[in-house]
Design a binder for this molecule. Structure first.
Ligand SMILES: *Cc1c(COP(=O)(O)O)cnc(C)c1O
Length: 391
């Protein structure tokens, strides 16, 4: 097909998109309709944790599609049970509800917290969330998000979310009232520009939660399932939440997400929560294949070695060109560049065959496959250098 014959106008315009059509992916590379290839440090927005079309995912989809695609959420299936057990064992939490997107998992977390407040805390329902946070694009998760741009949209919002500055435990403490049921945050703010929670902050929140009988909810949609160089972001601080949500990496590119909670919190009654596609064997078989890959001997040692190489490469580039700090952990990193240049850099990088995200006007975010190679990182630096130098 020639470019002009694609029916671009038939897709709702919800985001600016270059008029290119992507037809194939392989590892760290994406190919468009004209055969141009792009080195991919966006990876489906931090979802393709094993790169494009990894063998284990292709195999899991093909095998499971032949066996059973969807018996209905009213019946058990084997991949969902097996994956739920992997998640509870590895996280120390007890029960899993599978969903299809991060936002849906977060909706579930919000509902579970409110249900718990109803049953165990005099109807408390307020959830303290953080400024610059991102929890999804359903009405409740947009209401929970601390994104300034969301504030005027789709009023009236879902009430009951109190926003406080990130990394500020005193602000959380000051916001607690008898109506407060939970504190909800990302262990690393991803869309906010790769801002890490200090381990001390997370420990203080756990203490506050204990003292005021609040639930701690970690949105690990971006940080969970390996992105930070460990299975879960919370492991860094040694603070286990009462409720955790997963998405993105858990499906390695297919729609799969999870709401995970401790036994004490699980209080849904029949009919409170559900969804036609939740926990279908086709997607959970993929999650299981991803889990096994991440937990293969030596996998995380290699991820962390290469992540360290990426950090050094970015730091080198920053020194050489007089840029800013390098932030993040594992394969979720950011480089601070000159003010108001990030969108321009990302768009020029696209033209130079590099896919990179600009979450802030002065920040580039890197979220490559966990399996990205040192050679691909070298190539990234080589292609970014002249663009950054000219900005
Ligand atoms: C991407 C993301 C979401 C939303 O996930 P969707 O699958 O797009 O609904 C929620 N929280 C965080 C932290 C995310 O990064």
């Amino acid at each position: 097909m020639t470019q002009s014959s694609y029916p671009f106008a038939a897709l709702m315009r919800v985001t600016p998109r270059p008029e290119r059509v992507f037809v194939r992916g392989e590892g760290s590379w994406l190919f468009d309709h004209e055969g141009r290839r792009y080195l991919d440090f966006i990876q489906g927005w931090a979802v393709n944790c094993l790169g494009h079309s990894p063998r284990v995912v292709v195999q899991a989809l093909a095998d499971q599609a032949r066996e059973l695609v969807n018996p209905s959420p009213a019946y058990f299936n084997a991949p969902a049970l097996a994956l739920a057990q992997c998640i509870t064992t590895s996280s120390g939490l007890d029960q899993v509800y599978f969903a299809n997107s991060g936002a849906e998992a977060n909706e579930g977390a919000i509902k579970l917290a409110r249900k718990w407040g109803q049953k165990h805390k005099d109807g408390a329902y307020e959830i303290i969330t953080t400024e610059n946070s991102f929890h999804g694009r359903t009405l409740a998760t947009m209401s929970a998000s601390g994104k300034k741009a969301f504030e005027p949209l789709f009023e009236p919002k879902v009430p009951g979310f109190i926003k406080v500055p990130y990394n500020d435990a005193a602000a959380v403490e000051a916001a607690i009232t008898p109506r407060t049921v939970a504190v909800m945050l990302e262990p690393i703010q991803g869309e906010g520009g790769v801002i890490e929670a200090r381990p001390e902050y997370l420990r203080q929140l756990a203490e506050l939660a204990q003292r005021h009988k609040l639930l701690l909810i970690f949105d690990e949609v971006q940080t969970g399932f390996g992105r930070t160089g460990q299975m879960y972001g919370f492991q860094q601080a040694g603070v286990r939440p009462d409720i955790m949500t997963l998405g993105k990496s858990i499906g390695a590119g297919v729609p799969l997400a999870a709401l995970v909670a401790s036994n004490d919190v699980c209080c849904f009654e029949f009919g409170d929560q559900g969804g036609t596609y939740g926990g279908n064997p086709l997607m959970t078989a993929v999650g299981l294949a991803v889990y096994r890959q991440l937990n293969a001997p030596g996998f995380f040692a290699e991820v962390n070695a290469v992540a360290d190489y990426l950090t050094q490469a970015l730091a080198g580039l920053s020194r050489e060109l007089g840029l800013g700090e390098v932030r993040g952990r594992g394969m979720l990193q950011a480089l601070v560049i000159k003010p108001d240049t990030a969108s321009k850099v990302a768009s020029q990088a696209f033209d130079a065959g590099v896919l990179i995200n600009a979450p802030r006007p002065d920040t580039l975010r890197l979220m490559p496959a966990l399996t990205v190679t040192r050679g691909e990182i070298d190539l990234l630096v080589e292609r970014l250098r002249p663009i950054l130098a000219a900005c």
